[in-house]
Design a protein around this ligand. Structure first.
Ligand SMILES: Nc1ncnc2c1ncn2[C@@H]1O[C@H](COP(=O)(O)OP(=O)(O)OP(=O)(O)O)[C@@H](O)[C@H]1O
Length: 213
């Protein structure tokens, strides 16, 4: 799916965190969002997902979703993987995938458990394990896999390399490239060049809540 953001302002309480952000993301593209800690990367993703108070235009395949609640945006195709992953630690890997599962989306190949395992073969033998016992890298794969079972057309990945081993960063880069090649629109917030550089088709930088081309 295609995402178009125009003039987005976002707020934490009375404090404005984003100022007039414009962003275009197309199906089959990885756009890297680079910027220092506190620049506004997480706020932008959360504003797109509907989790931060914001004003402005957010169009998903030409449909204005800016006034919608987060759950409706998720059902419309916005997938979000938060920086802290938030896998359900007391559920198994299989249950984590199951709780989020949504019906297939018209025009997109469905993310079944088998397809998720093809993307992340590491998860297959772990299906009966409690998610809380997984390594940081395995939890990150599970968090992405769980977002995929919601059948997104756009996926927002907030610093997926944070706290994971370099070898896993390489794996994540490969998986993100595969998602892109299958037509996903990927917004990748990333400070780690090792992940962003090889997979990003384009990048934009964000500084003090302002996006620069
Ligand atoms: N829940 C919150 N309440 C108040 N201010 C917040 C909140 N979350 C973020 N901010 C502020 O909004 C600004 C942008 O933060 P944001 O987390 O979006 O940056 P970031 O680029 O994602 O950085 P990081 O990599 O540290 O997450 C910062 O000034 C931050 O202090």
């Amino acid at each position: 799916m295609n995402l178009s953001v125009r003039g987005l302002n976002a707020f934490h309480g009375a404090a404005q965190a984003l100022f007039g952000v414009d962003l275009d993301l197309r199906a089959g593209e990885v756009l890297a969002l680079v910027g220092r800690n506190g620049a506004g990367k997480s706020t932008l993703m959360r504003a797109i997902a509907g989790l931060v108070r914001a004003r402005g235009s957010i169009e998903l395949d030409g449909v204005q979703i800016a006034g919608w609640r987060a759950d409706r945006r998720a059902r419309a195709g916005i997938g979000w993987v938060p920086e802290d992953r938030r896998v359900f630690t007391q559920l198994t890997v299989a249950q984590n995938l199951d709780v989020a599962a949504a019906p297939p989306r018209a025009g997109l190949a469905p993310w079944t458990v088998a397809r998720v395992h093809a993307l992340f073969p590491e998860l297959a033998p772990l299906h009966g394990r409690m998610a809380g016992t997984l390594s940081g890298g395995e939890q990150q794969m599970l968090a992405i896999a769980r977002a995929l079972t919601t059948q997104p057309g756009v996926i927002l990945l907030d610093e997926p390399s944070e706290g994971v081993a370099p070898i896993v960063v390489e794996r994540l880069a490969g998986a993100i490239a595969a998602l892109r090649d299958e037509g996903m629109a990927v917004l990748l917030s990333e400070q780690n060049e090792a992940l962003a550089a090889p997979v990003a088709d384009r990048s934009v930088s964000i500084e003090d809540g302002v996006v620069r081309g």
